[in-house]
Design a protein around this ligand. Structure first.
Ligand code: GTP
Ligand code: MG
Length: 251
């Protein structure tokens, strides 16, 4: 009986020890999971701030000019698997600090505008706000990518206020026309389908589509300008004169 009891106690002790060891190993993992969740919450908050800023500008524009320069806004927080894949692909350390330091597109906002001129006006009105820091501009409209891709990308940093601190958070904002968005979303889909074997013919056909779409964007813009001048429509939004150097810091 005593021997049985001793054995049972030994088993019990081993189980507890095992659990304790497992618990010890899980502890740092729990810490990382918590810190990761917190970071994702921070990025989501930053997205909300940027969306609000854009929505306010759009509402003001609507009241003053009876039209919306922004057709719609989309946003996303980069998925954990995409974060890991990007860190790995770039040969960067896989850690939370490395993610925060090196990845600038964890929080992404896409703004789809009516006309090409709206893109620059929105970018300008957003980046001149005194709590917005402009870190980088990639103007793929003035400098389209080899494949025909066009969009204005701005990397901004905004303060987000929490109970105990103010934290500056990076948000990548892509601004494009509906036409540019149409091309980019289909090209993105097709890219996933063809992956490696990119046929020269397909690449050329897609580039041609991008050029056609760009020509249409230009035509729509000039029709709009003509109607505006024929009807002597004043745009009452206060957009101070800016030159390209204000927002263009192409890398
Ligand atoms: P990523 O590693 O993709 O983030 O590239 P990057 O850091 O060099 O930044 P870049 O500004 O070139 O691209 C950032 C994002 O813009 C991409 O994640 C896409 O959302 C979009 N983008 C850039 N190039 C293309 C393109 O050729 N086609 C499409 N559909 N989207 C693009
Ligand atoms: Mg990116």
């Amino acid at each position: 009986m005593t021997a049985q009891l001793e054995e049972a106690l030994r088993d019990y002790a081993q189980t507890i020890e095992g659990n304790a060891q497992l618990y010890g190993e899980l502890e740092p993992l729990k810490d990382i999971t918590y810190r990761f969740q917190e970071m994702m919450m921070v990025y989501k908050a930053a997205i909300r701030e940027v969306r609000t800023k854009l929505e306010v500008l759009n509402d003001e524009f609507q009241v003053r000019n009876q039209r919306n320069p922004i057709r719609y806004i989309k946003h996303r927080v980069k998925k954990p698997e995409s974060i890991l894949e990007k860190l790995h692909r770039r040969g960067l350390e896989i850690s939370l600090d490395s993610m925060i330091q090196n990845l600038t597109d964890i929080a992404g906002v896409r703004v789809v505008c009516s006309y090409e001129s709206d893109i620059y006006d929105i970018a300008h009105m957003l980046t001149k706000q005194d709590d917005v820091r402009l870190l980088l501009t990639k103007d793929y409209i003035k400098h389209p990518k080899e494949n025909g891709y066009r969009s204005l990308h701005i990397l901004i940093e905004i303060p987000v206020f929490f109970s105990d601190r103010k934290q500056f958070v990076k948000v990548e904002v892509q601004i494009r026309t509906m036409a540019m968005d149409f091309w980019a979303s289909l090209e993105h889909q097709l890219r996933y389908k063809s992956e490696e074997d990119r046929d020269e013919e397909i690449v050329n056909a897609l580039r041609e589509c991008a050029e056609d779409i760009h020509a249409t964007d230009k035509k729509m813009q000039s029709i709009y300008e003509k109607i505006k001048s024929d009807h002597m429509m004043e745009e009452n939004m206060y957009i101070d004169k800016y030159n390209d150097d204000d927002i263009i810091n192409f890398v």
